[in-house]
Design a protein around this ligand. Structure first.
Ligand SMILES: Cc1cc2nc3c(=O)[nH]c(=O)nc-3n(C[C@H](O)[C@H](O)[C@H](O)COP(=O)(O)OP(=O)(O)OC[C@H]3O[C@@H](n4cnc5c(N)ncnc54)[C@H](O)[C@@H]3O)c2cc1C
Length: 384
């Protein structure tokens, strides 16, 4: 049984481990040149707070000891779906089944360029984190675009390094898809207390070169900010490059059936995967769980066993850094959804609330700032 895995992120490595445990020969192809690592910790690497090696998942010996073939700096350039083969470094290799775990690509607004230097950076790979880390000694002012988890963490970690930080959010509050006005207000106040300037209801309309050699960020209200680093934290989109090339069905992600199979013998897991109308939610826990199942199903497909469907579960969002803690899941108040505060508001550093469907009273969301008290129990009530 030979299984080829494209991508060595959280989904790819879990898939490899599961397939290996089930007795398959496993080859993992990674576009990145470094050993697989914990992606969420890239922000700390970029801001110089953690050594790059400290976020490595396993040493090279771990893969060797398990008989896994891990090829680094080996981007897969072509897939042959019918032949269950791939091409990496110009070499074609056929397998019994393939697993696509090629993740997502960061979204960057396309704006005017800043005189030769890339106007806006992204932080999604080790190479990008190291590029920022190398520039750190010359960076004093940072503009972060996007007020969700990645933007908030990047802003707080940059501030921990004593950098001047402005965070820009297009909508009227931080975490607009998860938190209501009140919870977001508590987070914003805590960020401002730590020295981050938060500007909501603003978009970046252009980035140009400034007279001092840095960047000039133009906002929708006509104001301008000087910056040495402009970081896009507005999200990521499933990486569809290979799937499109190979003619696999794609929508927002690579379309897979409930057992994570996109075509006979071709499985998908993690940020790249879409099952029915459920695109990936961009979370390590879900990517790893899908990776494990894809590994098991890829073996079962070869052995003629039954494939198992993926069981989706609630994926909460947690940010905990610089003394700010946010835990949330589900939707904030809005059309047909009302917010119910769970604490008495006596502690201004904490906030706990639920949201419920007005019709029927089902729990639609959980929002907590500065605490996790009862969070897991409330999560279990989501949708009930
Ligand atoms: C800075 C940052 C912070 C985050 N914080 C959190 C967090 O706090 N909590 C959370 O749950 N999630 C967080 N996420 C999201 C989480 O990291 C992703 O959901 C998760 O990594 C998805 O795993 P994956 O294996 O699907 O993709 P990835 O981990 O992105 O791995 C995909 C790999 O495939 C490789 N690849 C792509 N194409 C090819 C090819 N053609 N050939 C070979 N290799 C290829 C890529 O280079 C990459 O290494 C964060 C992400 C980032 C970037």
């Amino acid at each position: 049984m030979r299984i080829g895995i494209v991508g060595a992120g959280h989904a790819g490595i879990e898939a490899a481990q599961a397939a290996r445990q089930a007795g398959a020969e496993v080859s993992i192809f990674s576009a990145e040149a470094v050993l697989p690592y914990f992606r969420p910790r890239l922000v700390s690497v970029a801001m110089g707070q953690v050594a790059p090696e400290a976020i490595t998942m396993h040493p090279a010996s771990w893969y060797e000891a398990r008989g896994m073939r891990l090829q680094l700096a080996a981007p897969v350039s072509d897939l042959d779906v019918a032949g269950r083969a791939l091409v990496a470094g110009g070499v074609r290799e056929a397998f019994d089944t393939l697993i696509l775990a090629c993740g997502a690509l960061p979204i960057c607004p396309r704006l005017s360029d800043a005189g030769g230097v890339p106007p806006i950076g992204t932080l999604w790979s080790m190479a990008e984190a190291l590029a920022i880390r190398t520039q750190l000694p010359t960076i004093r002012r940072v503009v972060v675009i996007g007020g969700a988890a990645l933007g908030v963490e990047s802003a707080l970690r940059a501030r921990e390094q004593q950098l001047d930080v402005v965070l820009i959010e297009r909508l009227t509050r931080l975490f607009p898809l998860l938190l209501g006005e009140d919870a977001a207000g508590v987070v914003q106040r805590q960020m401002e207390e730590r020295g981050v300037t938060v500007r909501t209801g603003q978009t970046v309309v252009a980035v140009t070169a400034s007279a001092g050699g840095g960047r000039l960020v133009h906002l929708s209200d006509g104001s301008r900010l000087e910056a040495d680093l402009v970081l896009s934290c507005i999200g990521a989109a499933p990486n569809l490059t290979l799937a499109r090339q190979a003619g696999l069905p794609v929508a927002r992600g690579i379309m897979a059936d409930p057992c994570l199979q996109a075509a006979p013998g071709i499985f998908v897991a993690g940020d790249a995967c879409q099952v029915g109308d459920r695109p990936a939610r961009g979370a390590v826990r879900e990517a790893a769980a899908q990776g494990r199942l894809a590994g098991q199903n890829a073996v079962a497909a070869i052995a003629g066993g039954a494939l198992q469907p993926f069981a989706f579960s609630v994926v909460p969002m947690t940010v905990r850094c610089g003394g700010v803690e946010v835990n949330a899941a589900g939707s904030p108040a809005g059309a047909g959804v009302a917010e119910q505060r769970l604490d008495d508001g006596a502690n201004p550093a904490c906030f706990r609330a639920l949201t419920r469907q007005v019709a029927g009273g089902r729990v639609a969301g959980v929002q907590m700032v500065g605490t996790r008290e009862g969070f897991d129990a409330l999560l279990a009530d989501l949708g009930r």
